[in-house]
Design a binder for this molecule. Structure first.
Ligand code: GAL
Length: 664
């Protein structure tokens, strides 16, 4: 298939990693490039943290080494994602402008002996970032090696919020824009309670540590303001490179799922394509399900278009409590799962393992023992394999189930003083996702206001903050014939963390056909039984149906006898409500009947199958996470070997096979 490449000039699935050659003498660079060719690397990201080397003194630039690196790579046919180095402000900059160091909520000013020491609202930082970005863009804007621009690194990752005085002033300005006047702000924040009324913008401070809980609406606005501050930094650099380097895509590496503090729905339209970093939670059982979910959320942010896995690891990372090594074949499984779920390339942090510095025990494509390592062999094999899978490029993942996801609702729900601390966003979304993964359904992850037409089933694992617009959207979906499943503590507050008028579940009352008379959170470790024997924990409620029918009741616990699961026929569709915390098996038992058919009938447990569909072609990727050979019903041609598959595909234990299906 001749799809448009994700990165113009890389007419293949993207393969490579972060390349930090400034750590090495130049003779190593030549070996690097030879080894990159051997591994089939076609793109590397250069200069991500090189500010202090590129601008050793204010306004004095040293591009010599970078010229040589880019020319060398270009001469070898390896394309470059050139980074703006603004995630690593140099020591001289911090020394000259100590005010740009970020301040934590407890008032501590952070030191500069690491990367990411910066306040995103600092004018001194802005000026310096603009200068180095302009210098780089002017020099390399039309360099033939440069295929794309990689702005900064993981915005919001290390230091998501700054509480300094400069940030406070910027916050006041942002609030004026958002609320218009102080009366509107006082109203929106409910400042009549606890006597928190503001009479002047300058009285408003960031939510630093306080004797007790800070006004939650203030906190929410501060989180939005911080997100927007990072976005403004990104836009500033993006616009500079766009001016000097037209035609080359500009993006930044997201940390979807693992960074709570960036509202990626608001970033999606700002990048030329979505790029994500994903690191496996090494010790977590079933971490491949978390990986699949991260890939699906990334594809959701990308609006279903192909995206790039910008960083993952070949083997262990170095920042988890216990950095477990990947088992042989695991890196391939991880990479091909991302591909199956919509990535058009897989890249790593980093090319060659460092000998010094903070990340020397982090794996790389070239480990400390180089070619003799197991990892190097797997890196070369994967590069070859990707060359053979080029036809996957540009195709789209097929899904008829959607899961609603929202960062701002996540923020609001996890502020202080909720009915229980045991209900968390990650846990609920993960439980629903796990249920769907185990049921072999592919899920599109969507924003609450996304167009839901075409989805057979939509699940809402947790949507505490539900705007009226989102509620209307979900209601229209059901009225049009859709099947909706909503979990407890959804629909409760508006964008200012104000409880929707008239009682729970607020703006979802009508579509769900229930009222919730009281929340009945459970003691730690205690469980409630439903009348079919299913058990839940953490949460129960006194649910009063208005138009809904009762599917299951509580057999014991504080809501004994009351409805636990309900179903409401609304318009041409139906809306289900689950009022206790069910694990993924419980969800399968209670809601399993709502799902459209699986990707492939009869898939064994622990086997993942995802379909990508292109122009007249369909590819089925099957990942076997079990220790037994898996047999899967599919007919077509093995995309890597060209071998015919006549009705049954045998996938070895821990293996992955991709089949180009016969399309009738
Ligand atoms: C990422 C970061 C990389 C590297 C990596 C290690 O968050 O962008 O520079 O530090 O983690 O896993």
């Amino acid at each position: 298939m001749s799809a448009n490449p994700l990165v113009p000039g890389v007419d293949a699935l993207v393969y490579g990693g972060d390349y930090n050659p400034e750590q090495w003498p130049e003779e190593v660079w030549h070996e690097d490039v030879a080894m990159m060719r051997e591994a089939g690397v076609n793109l590397v990201h250069v200069g991500i943290f090189s500010w202090a080397l590129l601008e050793p003194r204010e306004g004095e630039f040293d591009f010599g080494w970078l010229d040589r690196v880019l020319d060398l790579l270009h001469g070898s046919g390896i394309r470059v994602g050139l980074a703006t180095p603004t995630a690593a402000p140099p020591a001289w900059l911090l020394h000259r402008h100590p005010g740009m160091r970020p301040v934590m909520s407890d008032g501590t000013t952070l030191s500069g002996a690491a990367r990411q020491t910066l306040c995103p609202h600092s004018p001194d930082y802005a000026r310096a970032a603009e200068r180095v970005t302009t210098a780089l863009a002017e020099r390399y804007g039309d360099h033939p090696a440069v295929a794309l621009w990689h702005i900064h690194n993981e915005y919001g990752g290390a230091m998501p919020h700054c509480y300094c005085d400069t940030s406070a002033a910027a916050f006041q300005g942002w609030l004026r824009e958002r609320h218009g006047g102080l009366d509107a702000l006082n109203q929106a924040w409910g400042t009549a309670f606890w006597g928190q009324r503001y009479g002047d913008w300058e009285e408003i401070r960031p939510p630093s540590q306080a004797p007790t809980v800070v006004n939650p609406a203030l906190q929410l606005d501060f989180l939005r303001f911080s997100n927007d501050g990072h976005l403004a930094c990104y836009r500033r650099e993006r616009d500079i490179v766009r001016r000097h380097s037209p035609g080359r895509p500009v993006t930044t590496n997201f940390m979807i799922v693992n960074c709570k503090w960036i509202d990626y729905w608001s970033w999606a339209k700002e990048v030329d394509f979505v790029a994500n970093d994903h690191y496996l939670q090494a010790e977590e059982p079933d971490n491949h399900i978390e990986l699949a979910m991260a890939a699906d959320v990334t594809r959701g942010v990308a609006g279903g278009r192909p995206w790039l896995l910008m960083e993952h690891s070949t083997n262990a990372v170095s920042w988890q409590p216990r950095n477990l090594a990947k088992r042989p074949g695991e890196m391939r499984r991880n990479s091909l799962t991302h591909l199956a779920r919509g990535a058009d390339g897989a890249m790593f942090f980093q090319w060659r393992a460092s000998r010094s510095g903070a990340e020397k025990f982090h794996s790389a494509m070239v480990p400390h023992n180089g070619r003799r390592s197991r990892v190097w062999g797997e890196v070369v094999d994967l590069g070859r394999e990707l060359e053979g899978l080029d036809a996957l490029r540009g195709s789209r993942v097929a899904a008829d189930t959607a899961l609603v996801w929202d960062w701002q609702s996540w923020w609001a729900m996890e502020l202080e003083w909720r009915p229980t601390q045991d209900h968390t966003y990650r846990e609920r979304t993960r439980a629903f996702y796990t249920w769907l993964w185990r049921a072999h359904r592919t899920v599109d992850v969507v924003a609450p206001d996304a167009d839901l037409t075409g989805y057979r089933t939509v699940v809402v694992p947790s949507l505490y903050l539900t705007t009226s617009g989102a509620a209307d959207n979900l209601t229209r979906y059901v009225e049009g014939g859709g099947t909706l499943a909503v979990s407890y503590f959804s629909g409760i507050v508006d964008e200012n963390d104000t409880v929707h008028a008239g009682g729970y579940p607020g703006v979802l009352r009508e579509v769900l056909g229930v009222e919730v008379d009281e929340f009945l959170p459970l003691r730690e470790g205690s469980r409630v039984r439903l009348d079919d024997g299913t058990t839940g924990d953490v949460w129960a409620e006194r649910v009063v149906p208005t138009t809904a029918e009762v599917v299951l009741r509580y057999a014991d616990g504080p809501a004994e006898g009351a409805p636990a699961v309900t179903r409401n026929v609304h318009g041409r569709g139906q809306a289900w409500y689950v009022s206790t915390r069910l694990d993924s098996e419980g969800l399968a038992g209670v809601l399993g009947g709502l799902l459209p058919p699986p990707v492939v009938e009869g898939l064994p447990e622990g086997v993942e199958a995802v379909r990508r569909v292109g122009d007249g072609v369909r590819y089925l990727t099957v990942v076997n996470h079990t220790g037994e050979e898996a047999k899967v019903a599919v007919t077509g041609t093995d995309a890597a070997t060209g071998e015919r598959v006549d009705g049954t595909l045998a996938v070895p234990p821990g293996g992955v096979r991709i089949v180009r299906e016969d399309v009738s």
